[in-house]
Ligand binder design. Sequence first.
Ligand code: FAD
Length: 398
Amino acid sequence: MDTPLPIVIVGGGPAGALAGERLARGNRNVLLFDEKLAWEKPCGGGITHKALTQYPFLAEAESHHNPVAHCELISPSGQRVRFYMQYPVAIFSRLALNELLLERARAAGVELRKERVTRISGVDGDWRLTTPTGEYRAVYLILAAGARNPFRAQFLSPISPDDLLITAGYFIPGRSSLMQIQFLKGITGYIWVFPRPDHVSAGIAGKMGETSTAELRRTLERWLEENSFSLEGARFFSHILPALRSRTLETLEVCGEGWAMVGDSAGLVDPITGEGLYYALRSAELCAQALLAERPAGYKVQLEEEILPELRLAARVSQRFYGGQVFGESVLERMVSLTSQSESFRVLMSDLFAGIQGYRDLRSRLYRSLPSLMAEGLAATLRLPWSGSGLATDPFAE
Ligand SMILES: Cc1cc2nc3c(=O)[nH]c(=O)nc-3n(C[C@H](O)[C@H](O)[C@H](O)COP(=O)(O)OP(=O)(O)OC[C@H]3O[C@@H](n4cnc5c(N)ncnc54)[C@H](O)[C@@H]3O)c2cc1C
């Protein structure tokens, strides 16, 4: 009897590795290609409490990450506030994270190949993949090749530049226990400093078309110098990151006859924060579950139920978050000043950074918190949201 063809996964980042592991544990024959296998992919590497709860093996891999409980927010005008995060963010180097996930995939039975897939042809049930060393066949295809997925155009329309962020950054030698986020004037994005176990990932993101990599790099370098970071021995990186607009998310396709896309390949990234690791892992898991249940199209149904409504809301409010006004001040300035003035708001920020406060019920939580915010001395500066233009300028209004 012929051996059944494997499921082939193109890309061994978090999405590809976890999809492979889950499928192999379900006794599927899986072949995974990654041109580099584990590597230091340009990334902050920040993993939220929500993701750590969903994937406890990440929290347990203590030597692989730096649990960071203190965060500094800096507004565009330079107001600074530090707050404690009840649920620390686990900051991984991507080399360590990818190694961990690929090793789990290998241990579950996935065959890993360090090869670049250069061509895909064939049809559902009998795909042909070409690499520099040969041709492989697949019964089903999972595309987990990241934001630069070279095969996207073959299955779907390419991601538009309007749906992308550009990023630039440095891996800087040194240690720290403070996570920093600097919001910027005129840039839909921010500067981050994420301390990892043995170095720091510092970077900047902005919307493609609104700025250039060179401009972002200059802004970041200036900021790092002003904030006493030395670039001696630092390594530069730049990459792209999906930040899909709401209209793109409304019509998002992620699977078809005999294929599916997961993680960045599918565009599953929070368009406000750039968080993609949780979505890469969760989309991979949902895709694998649908395949194991012999209902591949169930993947899209689960995404629609669990992930897409949150990403769509984030996309709708992203513009107002970065560029809007609330109570006569920019949303970003107001957010930093509320964090500094109000304990309830600091708890809310901590929950947002933990990923346990979603966007969908954020607005109602903000309204519920108003009495305590006011009791905390803000009555003088806050206009009640139901009077005048408050509701219209609410950044989380849909
Ligand atoms: C600068 C930056 C900072 C970020 N910071 C954070 C953060 O702090 N927290 C967070 O949650 N998210 C962050 N993200 C997003 C996060 O990095 C991505 O969402 C995540 O890596 C997506 O995982 P993935 O497996 O889908 O894709 P990737 O991690 O990009 O993996 C894709 C893999 O496919 C391989 N590949 C590509 N083409 C081929 C081919 N033809 N043949 C074989 N292999 C191929 C690549 O080698 C790669 O290993 C950041 C992104 C950027 C750019």
